[in-house]
Design a protein around this ligand. Structure first.
Ligand code: SF4
Length: 117
């Protein structure tokens, strides 16, 4: 039996290290862009990924849903290329916004596809 003094000298039980929590998921929805910035699109061009090689937006949403459930994802950031050139993006954003636990869906854009005024 341990005396009170012995117990006070014992180190508290250490918790097992937790798996890192990931709160933000970044998804690239396209490699295409309507601009040709020098540092991103070299003069010699880039090899574009064929449309048949890209995940469909429903598949991307399914992946996001699976990851959100496992990793407690709260934010999803969309990138490209230029994400606004991907067809069906508004419906895709709705799919992502409906995922349980996701509080924010945002995107990085050059803004040119947005209506002016
Ligand atoms: S993705 Fe961004 S950096 Fe690249 S060409 Fe388009 S606007 Fe420029």
């Amino acid at each position: 039996m341990l005396s009170e003094q012995d117990e006070s000298r014992m180190e508290p039980e250490r918790e097992a290290p937790c798996a890192p929590r990931v709160h933000t998921l970044r998804l690239s929805v396209t490699d295409r862009c309507n601009l040709r910035c020098r540092y991103c699109m070299p003069a010699e061009g880039v090899v574009k990924v064929g449309h048949h090689e890209l995940l469909r937006l429903e598949e991307l949403a399914g992946t996001a849903r699976a990851l959100a459930g496992r990793l407690a994802i709260e934010r999803i950031k969309l990138t490209g290329g230029e994400p606004l050139v991907r067809k069906g993006l508004p419906a895709f954003v709705k799919m992502l916004s409906a995922i349980s636990g996701v509080r924010e869906v945002s995107l990085t854009t050059n803004g040119t596809p947005l209506p002016s005024g």
